[in-house]
Design a protein around this ligand. Structure first.
Ligand code: C5P
Length: 220
């Protein structure tokens, strides 16, 4: 059982994916956290993230390990817990440049496919290209969308207490990151032809989870 959940940032992908995995007794993999972990390592090691060849050369260096418990997902880099540090604005601002580098994607896609192959009961995998590229044979593919306003408001809620950010700045940063993620050459953010699109703008988390669980049950 592989459930692929893709979509732009702030559509509720992480909350939905974790809740669906917990409800169905599946593992959970946040592939965005892996791109963030790679970016955090690059920034921590003085690699210029705008220099694609420097990023490509370093892409196989960090050892990234994802915990797949939906109740407490973690990511370690070279044995260091990076679960908190990967959420800073510095990482968020740099991640699209790093994730556009094909060598980075090749490395992380290998990890993602290995995680899916070794999940005992199955797995919910969230990202941008899971249904199109990483796991094209997923049992169920979901593509979440929401209005830019709803996405910015949700992201601001998540960031509350971490770093002061205005709604407008969050909205602009989201739109910029989505444009970069959708416009890159290497496996851009895209809806798979056979994915079910769910607009979460007017839905509560519980409603989205219910909708995805129903789709999974229909397909199994
Ligand atoms: O999901 P999250 O917002 O944490 O993802 C951070 C970034 O990682 C995205 O903006 C995108 O650049 C990259 N990403 C990706 N492919 C994925 C998941 C995330 O390129 N499958």
């Amino acid at each position: 059982m592989i459930v692929a959940i893709d979509g732009p940032s702030g559509t509720g992908k992480s909350s939905t994916s974790k809740a669906v995995a917990a409800k169905l007794g599946l593992s959970y993999l946040d592939t965005g956290a892996q791109y963030r972990a790679m970016t955090w390592w690059m920034l921590s090691n003085g690699i210029d993230v705008d220099d694609a060849s420097a990023v490509a050369m370093a892409a196989d260096k960090p050892v990234i390990v994802s915990g797949t418990d939906p109740g407490a997902p973690t990511v370690t880099v070279d044995g260091v817990d990076a679960t908190g540090p990967i959420r800073t604005q510095a990482v968020t601002a740099a991640v699209s440049a790093v994730s556009a580098v094909p060598e980075v994607r090749a490395r992380l896609v290998r990890l993602q496919r290995a995680a899916a192959a070794s999940a005992p009961e199955g797995i919910v995998v969230e990202g941008r290209d899971i249904g199109t590229t990483v796991l094209p044979d997923a049992t169920v593919k979901i593509f979440l969308t929401a209005s830019p306003e709803a996405r910015a408001a949700r992201r601001n809620g998540e960031l509350k207490g971490m770093e002061a950010t205005s709604l407008q700045a969050t909205r602009e940063a989201l739109v910029k990151r989505d444009a970069a993620d959708s416009g890159r050459a290497a496996s851009p953010l895209a809806k798979a032809d056979d994915a079910v699109e769910v607009d979460t703008t007017e839905l509560t988390l519980e409603q989205v989870v219910e909708c995805v669980v129903t789709l999974v049950e229909e397909r199994t």
